[in-house]
Design a protein around this ligand. Structure first.
Ligand SMILES: CC(C)(COP(=O)(O)OP(=O)(O)OC[C@H]1O[C@@H](n2cnc3c(N)ncnc32)[C@H](O)[C@@H]1OP(=O)(O)O)[C@@H](O)C(=O)NCCC(=O)NCCS
Length: 384
């Protein structure tokens, strides 16, 4: 049986750090509230486009695998904040890394996009369609964040990470996974303003309003991530004692703690980045995985459990058998250009740009959603 081993890994975090104190300069919030409710202290704000973060992470993962761009025959770009919709973003990465004969497509399941991409890449290797796949999780959330909304603005940051998968005769890579979507909860996590139906409202693309039911998301996330993890361990015949490390999606420290408890994992077994990077949506889980390997928390042959959730409301859990190598085969000089602005300066520039569209924001209120109706696709089809 063919497996899809993870043989390369790389991450790219933009250098500018936005602290809780920075957020308190323009939002009614404070370090104490953010820390106690979320576990977050800092997050990164990018000075470059999302695809640039993805390319640096990809180049690092490919070098780590001891490969060249031309060895890659599949590029999967997991994101919900693409720089543009057509052409797809994966083809932009493909071009820059020189994987010119590869297939390339984007995946959007919000925060679980990398995890869904990992399943797709693994399946395409196992079925013999491709040999080497590059799977990316990347997000440039700062550009479409509603910086007037303290309920969500404190939770997110920018970043990217990538892995290279290759066919393997030995058991390695994803050995069991659960993918699910609680579609009847799709309305509890919505970003208005991103999509063609908003053009009917005369809202400029990029102007957003985040509709999050934080407490309901919290409940669904804990339930979904822990149920998916228990299901995966049961089907794989593995107990939590055999799992060396849990590397979860990091939306909130309290969600992670509750999932770990239900899955029977001790706190020492859970790898955390939430305090440093916040929630980077699709980039969160792969950045945490890469950092776990880089800091020696993953040993050869380890079993790693990766529960995640995202808009949709998608949930997933992956059980991964790490291969026999935890050190890179090579490195690269490819890096981001230096940033000459602080994170707060970058955010203030975005806020200034968005404030010109504030009158348009009232138009969001005219849009009625029709969740739950059998034929409904999320919104009334008629222009207002
Ligand atoms: C958002 C979240 C941190 C809020 O924590 P919580 O303990 O549920 O807090 P509550 O929603 O009960 O809010 C408590 C109060 O804090 C206020 N509050 C919200 N954000 C705040 C902030 N950044 N600073 C200060 N106060 C804030 C609320 O307005 C509320 O005030 P009120 O009681 O006067 O109305 C938590 O629900 C969560 O993490 N949910 C999931 C987040 C999510 O969806 N992430 C993305 C998934 S991909």
């Amino acid at each position: 049986m063919t497996h899809a081993a993870i043989v390369g890994w790389g991450k790219c975090l933009p250098p500018s750090i936005l602290t809780n104190q920075d957020l308190a300069t323009f939002l009614p919030t404070d370090d104490e509230w953010i820390t106690t409710r979320t576990g977050m202290k800092e997050r990164r704000i990018s000075h470059v486009r999302g695809i640039e973060l993805a390319i640096v992470a990809a180049e690092r993962a490919i070098a780590c695998a001891g490969m060249r761009g031309e060895d890659i025959d599949l590029v999967i770009y997991g994101s919900c904040s693409n720089d543009e919709m057509v052409p797809n973003s994966a083809s932009g990465v493909q071009q820059r890394i020189g994987a010119l004969r590869a297939a390339a497509f984007d995946v959007n399941t919000a925060c679980t996009s990398f995890m869904y991409g990992l399943s797709i890449g693994t399946s395409m290797i196992k079925s013999g369609i491709v040999r080497n796949a590059l799977v990316i999780g990347v997000e440039l959330i700062s550009q479409y964040m509603d910086w007037t909304n303290r309920n969500v603005a404190v939770l997110f940051g920018d970043g990217a990470a990538a892995v290279v998968l290759t066919e393997s005769a030995r058991e390695a890579g994803v050995i069991c996974e659960k993918l699910q979507c609680y579609a009847d909860s799709r309305q509890i996590l919505r970003v208005r303003g991103m999509g063609t139906m908003y053009a009917n409202l005369g809202v400029d693309y990029g102007l957003t309003r985040w509709d999050f039911d934080g407490q309901e998301i919290f409940r669904k996330a804990v339930h979904g991530m822990s149920e998916a993890s228990l299901d995966v361990m049961r089907r794989a015949g593995v107990g939590i004692d055999e799992v060396a490390l849990v590397v979860p999606h990091q939306a909130n420290l309290r969600i992670i703690d509750a999932v770990a408890k239900r899955a029977g994992a001790t706190p020492e077994k859970v790898f955390l980045t939430v305090q440093k990077y916040g929630n980077m949506s699709a980039a969160t889980a792969p950045v945490a995985l890469v950092e776990a390997v880089e800091t020696g928390r993953v040993k050869p042959g380890d079993l790693v459990l990766m529960p995640a959730f995202g808009g949709g409301l998608t949930v997933s859990s992956h059980l991964i058998r790490w291969g026999d190598r935890v050190t890179p085969l090579g490195g690269t000089d490819v890096d981001l250009p230096p940033s000459d602005r602080t994170a707060l300066e970058l955010v203030n520039a975005i806020r200034a740009q968005k404030s010109t569209g504030e009158t348009q924001a009232a138009r969001f209120d005219t849009l009625k959603f029709a969740e739950g109706k059998p034929s409904g696709d999320g919104a009334s089809s008629a222009p207002p």
